[in-house]
Write a protein that binds this ligand. Structure first.
Ligand code: 1GP
Length: 238
């Protein structure tokens, strides 16, 4: 069986675009999980990400365990900290916030996560996580205490992405931040997509089918939708 990452690379090689729905455990109640799972199953999503900036606790295990009973898609952890790890998921985006200069999110949280991670069978996908300035302060910037990269300096953002790849990361995630005012500029998506070879994930502030298509057309291999789906579980059907 192919790993989740190999499937992502395969899809990229075939030009098949991927769509991930982000679930923030802070915003889900157990009473709504069945409905949520049904909405995801009837959407065009190919992956589910679970994580948030501030979430902590055992609820993560229960949530993912319950989701997996009915959800037919791979579930990847998208952790905001070393404690957001659950053996119930299929894999983890092992994020390094390479746009920031806070050692806590570059390496410390990662080191702290290893004892928990080693108790699981999770597929680990090393990911260069790059926060791009998006019009106002986002939760990622606030919690990580890092500055996003200047959206008007694409050369530096590309340099950062390439450094992330040279460090061994197997995915690049260009992030505007959840609920961002402005999503990642299309020219930036194209610049990074055309000058790197690893799969490119783009998310933050994408609120319509047209914007999803635009991100794909300009080179994103996977688009992540959080807030728009959170606000309306019928988002993909309208
Ligand atoms: C956040 O990129 C994701 O990490 C999704 O952002 O909530 O704005 O869709 P939104």
């Amino acid at each position: 069986m192919k790993s989740i990452y190999d499937e992502i690379v395969y899809s990229k090689s075939k030009g098949q675009k991927l769509l991930a729905i982000l679930i923030d455990p802070d915003k889900v109640s157990m009473a709504s999980v069945a409905e949520l799972s049904a909405a995801i199953n009837s959407s065009p999503a190919t992956h589910v990400l679970v994580g948030g900036s501030s979430f902590e606790g055992d609820f993560l295990n229960v949530l993912i365990h319950t989701l997996k009973k009915t959800l037919h898609l791979p579930i990847l952890l998208f952790p905001g900290s070393a404690t957001q790890i659950s053996a119930e998921a299929d894999g983890i985006l092992f994020l390094s916030l390479v746009s920031g200069r806070n050692p806590d999110y570059l390496i410390e949280q990662q080191v702290q996560s290893v004892p928990l991670l080693n108790k699981t069978q999770l597929e680990v996908i090393p990911t260069a996580y790059i926060l791009v300035e998006s019009g106002s302060e986002t939760a990622v910037a606030r919690i990580s205490k890092t500055q996003p990269l200047d959206r008007n300096n694409p050369a530096y953002i590309l340099q950062t992405a390439q450094a992330g790849v040279y460090l061994g990361n197997k995915l690049i995630y260009l992030e505007a931040g959840s609920g961002a005012k402005l999503s990642v500029p299309t020219e930036l998506i194209a610049l990074v997509a055309n000058n790197t070879t690893v799969p490119l994930v783009v998310g933050g502030g994408i609120r319509s089918a047209a914007e999803i298509k635009k991100a794909f057309d300009w080179g994103a291999d996977m688009v992540v939708i959080g807030t728009a789906f959170e606000n309306d579980n019928n988002f993909f059907n309208t």
